[in-house]
Design a protein. Structure first.
Length: 163
């Protein structure tokens, strides 16, 4: 077998090729690692910004719901129903029957649901009779339905979130 020998210039060229390949591999690895860190940092910043926007929107929605709840709790039929229930079904202040107050509240709930696209149901639930619904209005699509008295449900034993 013949022994292959390289001259000094060939060895230097080979060393140059090895050094170029090694430094290219090193720089490529460093560049890839830094690019990955930058991309991850940018994605985390985007995600943080999205969470902040979502949190702000959620807080605004909750404030709106809280305001709507406060408004509805202060409409006259609420107090009228309470007074009528305490006085054998008749409001002593204006003589309205409990059923009249309930119809008025159902009308308010109906109009409220028409104006509020994010709501699908409003209920007024009493403490008596196991937490039975006194008034319930449902929105199905664009239809607003006042639930008949015979179809009202008792909610005292269930979590409120269940329909």
């Amino acid at each position: 077998m013949k022994k292959v020998s390289f001259g000094i210039s060939k060895k230097i060229q080979l060393l140059k090729v090895v050094l170029v390949l090694a430094s290219s591999l090193f720089l490529g690895t460093v560049f890839y690692s830094e690019a990955e860190k930058m991309i991850l940092k940018n994605k985390l910043e985007e995600l943080s910004e999205s969470v902040s926007v979502y949190r702000s929107g959620s807080q605004q929605k909750l404030k709106s719901i809280e305001g709507d709840t406060l408004f509805l709790s202060q409409v006259p039929p609420i107090q009228g129903i309470i007074l009528a229930q305490k006085n054998n079904g008749k409001d002593p202040l204006d003589g309205s029957e409990a059923e009249e107050w309930e119809a008025r509240l159902a009308s308010i709930f109906s109009n409220f649901l028409k104006d509020k696209p994010n709501y699908i149901q409003l209920r007024y639930i009493g403490v008596q009779n196991g937490g039975k619904e006194i008034v319930r209005v449902d929105k199905v699509g664009t239809s607003i339905n006042i639930v008949k008295k015979k179809n009202l449900q008792s909610k005292g034993e269930r979590s409120y979130g269940h329909l």
